[in-house]
Unconditional design. Structure first.
Length: 343
């Protein structure tokens, strides 16, 4: 509430920044701040990144800090994990998280488990980042959401930004963290501009890992989401507000560790819960939230069963009309809210 006047007052230092530029800013600032930080991945250097996230960084920092790799995820991820064990702070980019499957042995067996298996003697400060989930017209092998997969594994932290502020703050926090962090971005958000305050654009700005953000206050139903569907939830909330239904929209920001306290406090207030995600339904992020609410004290405040809105339980089709029907749309969220409120 204290920041709300800034959102409507350009003179307060608020400016429009795309998610792409916010990520670029974060990488630039962290490469400058700590000489142990370096970026590696396919096309990240001379080509400025497949999605132009690393634009200008190779020219500024050179071959030792921004490194083009062969198309060999297992190879360059292993190099990055070894570098982290040796005291560097690598940022390892996957061109899409679907291809992290090639390197999942390095991510889980090498990065996630080593600190525990070494009784804390070996830290692995590494960030695995890149686009996650469905883009547009790229079919099944480029469209899987890995939030539930990586969120399942102890030893990892998993973050999933929505806005430019999320993207910048979470990437900086992830690079500075001494644990392996998986950062799941969304390709369709890269070009989307969001308002960023002067504070969010400062070099000291970080978003704490493990803390959700209430994007909209409401009293009738709690909508919990992460990544691109947060925007869909806000759109649905705007439509429902015209019908007298006030949705509280929670942007998880972090998948692991999950800020279930913020969700619980909201459910105690609204008495209804709808989770929204782009991933598959079985063993998903929404399933975990529903289970945690059911196991905790907030369960006694629910006036109706929690409802999940998820991607369809199929590999992503290529055809646009089928793809649209596989990804949660605003109308699906509105339908779920009305179902849980029995209206």
């Amino acid at each position: 509430a204290g920041r709300s006047p800034a959102l409507h007052c350009p003179s307060a230092g608020v400016s429009q920044v795309t998610v792409r530029d916010a990520l670029n800013q974060a990488l630039d600032e962290e490469l400058e701040r700590d000489e142990r930080v370096f970026l590696l991945g396919e096309e990240v250097a001379q080509y400025d990144g497949a999605y132009k996230i690393s634009r200008g960084l190779w020219k500024k920092y050179g071959d030792k800090r921004v490194i083009d790799t062969p198309i060999s995820e297992m190879g360059f991820t292993g190099i990055a994990v070894g570098a982290a064990m040796a005291g560097l702070r690598p940022v390892c980019e996957f061109m899409t998280f679907n291809f992290s499957m090639q390197a999942i042995d390095q991510v889980i067996n090498s990065a996630a488990k080593t600190c525990y298996m070494s009784a804390g003697a070996i830290a692995v400060p590494i960030v695995f980042r890149g686009p996650n989930g469905a883009s547009a017209g790229v079919a099944a092998q480029h469209s899987q959401c890995f939030a539930a997969w990586y969120g399942h594994c102890p030893g990892l932290k998993v973050v999933s930004p929505w806005s430019s502020e999320d993207a910048k703050g979470l990437l900086k926090a992830s690079i500075r963290d001494d644990n392996p962090v998986v950062m799941l971005e969304n390709e369709l958000l890269y070009g989307v501009p969001f308002e960023m305050s002067e504070q969010a654009q400062s070099k000291d700005f970080v978003v704490p890992i493990g803390k959700a953000k209430i994007e909209r206050q409401g009293t009738h139903v709690t909508l919990v989401s992460h990544s691109r569907p947060v925007g869909h939830c806000l759109e649905a909330a705007a439509v429902l507000a015209k019908e007298g239904v006030e949705c509280e929209v929670i942007n998880l920001r972090t998948i692991r560790p999950m800020d279930i306290e913020t969700v619980e406090a909201s459910v105690v207030k609204t008495n209804h819960l709808v989770t929204v995600e782009g991933g598959w339904p079985q063993f998903g992020v929404g399933a975990e939230i529903c289970a945690r609410i059911m196991e905790g004290s907030a369960f006694n405040y629910l006036d109706a069963p929690a409802v999940r809105v998820t991607g369809a339980d199929v590999p992503m089709p290529y055809a646009k009309i089928l793809e649209d029907n596989c990804i949660p749309q605003v109308k699906d969220i509105i339908f779920a809210v009305k179902k849980t409120l029995n209206i």
